[in-house]
Design a protein around this ligand. Structure first.
Ligand code: MLT
Length: 262
């Protein structure tokens, strides 16, 4: 499905369609397909909204930087389009940065929060430098450069690596560049965490090569209603590497949100 929002066509789909709305936001260079099997198998009694962030999947990829705030505005506009006042918002990696921007901008629209293999810090100078080098490399040689560099870090499972590589290599270079620039410029949001009052699940993979487990644990400790879930035998992609464990974690989050409302 497509929604016309904030000057772009945004691709999305809905799985289930009866219970509480939950939005699952993919990470950098990926798209909504990463969630599909997990959502169908473990969350279909809820209303699972899977957007493609601008520049990714079936969404349009305008040129220029995509700040995390702009990506959060797109999600808020998608909720308007679908007539949902509030939703549980969950983000994977860069999707987590967008989730935190959403929590800061639209706290009243948030009924629960999921932070999946992500963190709340800003980029170091070294990380920013790497990002700008990647922008140049993608400009010159296309999305495959990102796929070659990122896919091996996402998981040690060969078939999930191949699947991720294929998605990354197929992403519009303008979308990759827009997202990289937005991530490089994003602010730290650690100070926001103690202010987030809704039930929150923080998920880490014990084999994640990108996000340290301890950082995720500290985030959960800073959140008033934070629960930490460590998933064994998973790297950066628990929605595909360990769908049952993540699906059960998200079901717990939804039950907590429901209980909160009663
Ligand atoms: C992601 O998986 O979304 C990215 O690795 C996040 C990042 O580059 O900071």
């Amino acid at each position: 499905m497509k929604a016309e929002i904030n000057g772009i066509q945004m691709g999305f789909e809905i799985i289930g369609g009866m219970g509480l709305p939950i939005v699952l936001i993919h990470g950098f260079g990926l798209n909504r397909s990463i969630w599909k099997a997990m959502a169908e198998n473990y969350l279909s009694e809820h209303t699972v909204i899977l957007p493609d962030l601008r520049g990714h999947g079936e969404s349009q990829a305008p040129t220029g930087a995509y700040s995390m705030d702009v990506l959060a505005d797109d999600l808020s506009a998608l909720l308007d389009f679908l007539n949902y006042e509030k939703a549980v918002i969950c983000g994977h990696s860069m999707g987590g940065y967008v989730t935190l921007a959403f929590a800061e901008k639209f706290p009243k629209r948030l009924s629960g929060l999921g932070l999946i293999t992500t963190h709340a810090a800003a980029d170091s100078e070294a990380k920013q430098k790497d990002r700008y080098q990647m922008v140049e490399a993608v400009r010159e040689n296309g999305a495959v450069v990102l796929a070659e560099s990122l896919a091996p870090k996402l998981t040690k499972d060969d078939s999930i690596r191949r699947q991720s590589h294929q998605i990354l290599a197929g992403t519009d270079p303008a979308g990759i560049i827009g997202a990289i620039m937005g991530m490089a410029e994003r602010p730290a949001r650690m100070d926001l965490l103690p202010e987030i009052e809704v039930p929150t699940l923080v998920v880490a993979g014990n084999e994640d090569q990108i996000i340290e487990v301890e950082i995720a644990r500290q985030m959960a400790d800073s959140l008033p209603q934070g629960r930490f879930l460590l998933i064994e035998d998973s790297g950066h992609m628990p929605m595909i590497e360990a769908p049952k464990a993540l699906g059960e974690g998200l079901s717990w989050l939804l039950s907590k949100v429901k209980a909160d409302k009663v």
